[in-house]
Design a protein around this ligand. Structure first.
Ligand code: HEC
Length: 221
């Protein structure tokens, strides 16, 4: 009788027999540790409410001003808090998320919510930087002299989306995607957007050859 005979169990399936081997000690200890861990985890996060649950972490991330209401946390004993997917965030939560998530996204992401008044600098360095950007990025559609092409004439008194510097900046920032003018937010830095718009304002009234017919509303000269 060798070692294996003692461990041999008395069942057999299709000639396959089973040995009753002990699990490795290290494995069993890992298993006990997970049980002990689970008890501590449950007390820490749920019963005593010392740690933030994932739901509460989410709350505190989307709203830095969020504090757990006293008495709210340890109320559940065995009942998990209702889980809400971040995708189901309300508008208010999304707004808080935007506020919380750093400078880049402090910028409102659509034209309607952007109430900023953009101020252009009109010094030579800015305008010549803007001109370079214009030639690379914009001339293909608006013409090398702003006379228009696929895009509207930028030299006349007619504007589709407003004639104020801030209106122009917003058109370039957010684009008019449905009409073939992309948003340049992802391609140009804010500084570059301001530069190119500074340059565009210098095109006004330059009467280039082959102008595209006016589009939009007449603004004062
Ligand atoms: C792929 C073609 C294309 C490119 C490239 C392009 N635009 Fe446009 N742009 C358009 C079109 C088309 C419109 C008109 C949108 C509409 O009909 O509402 C427009 C509109 C505009 C307007 C508003 C005009 C108005 O009448 O209100 C401005 C300002 C403008 N573009 C500036 C720029 C600048 C600056 C660049 C380069 C950074 C640029 N565009 C690049 C196609 C383009």
């Amino acid at each position: 009788m060798n070692d294996n005979d003692e461990k041999l169990l008395d069942h057999e399936y299709d000639g396959i027999r089973e040995l009753d081997n002990d699990l490795p000690r290290w494995w069993v200890w890992m298993f006990y540790i997970t049980i002990i861990w689970a008890v501590g985890y449950y007390l820490y996060y749920h019963t005593l409410g010392i740690g933030y649950t994932s739901h509460e972490m989410y709350q505190s991330e989307i709203d830095p001003g969020w504090v757990r209401e006293s008495g709210e946390a340890p109320k559940y004993f065995g009942i998990l808090p209702e889980y809400r997917s971040p995708l189901a965030a309300t508008e208010a939560e999304k707004a808080a998320l935007l506020r919380a998530s750093g400078v880049r996204r402090l910028v409102p992401m659509n034209r309607e919510s952007d109430t900023t008044t953009y101020v252009l600098s009109m010094d030579d360095a800015t305008i010549s930087a803007g001109k370079s950007i214009y030639q690379v990025r914009c001339a293909s559609c608006h013409g090398p002299a702003g006379q228009g092409g696929v895009g509207p004439n930028l030299t006349d008194n007619y504007w589709l989306h407003g004639a104020e510097p801030s209106d122009l900046v917003k058109t370039v920032r957010y684009g008019v995607p449905t009409k073939g003018m992309i948003s340049w937010l992802g391609t140009l830095k804010q500084e570059e957007i301001l530069q190119v718009v500074s340059y565009v304002t210098t095109l006004h009234g330059t009467n280039p050859p082959n102008p595209k017919a006016p589009e939009g509303e007449l603004y004062s000269q």
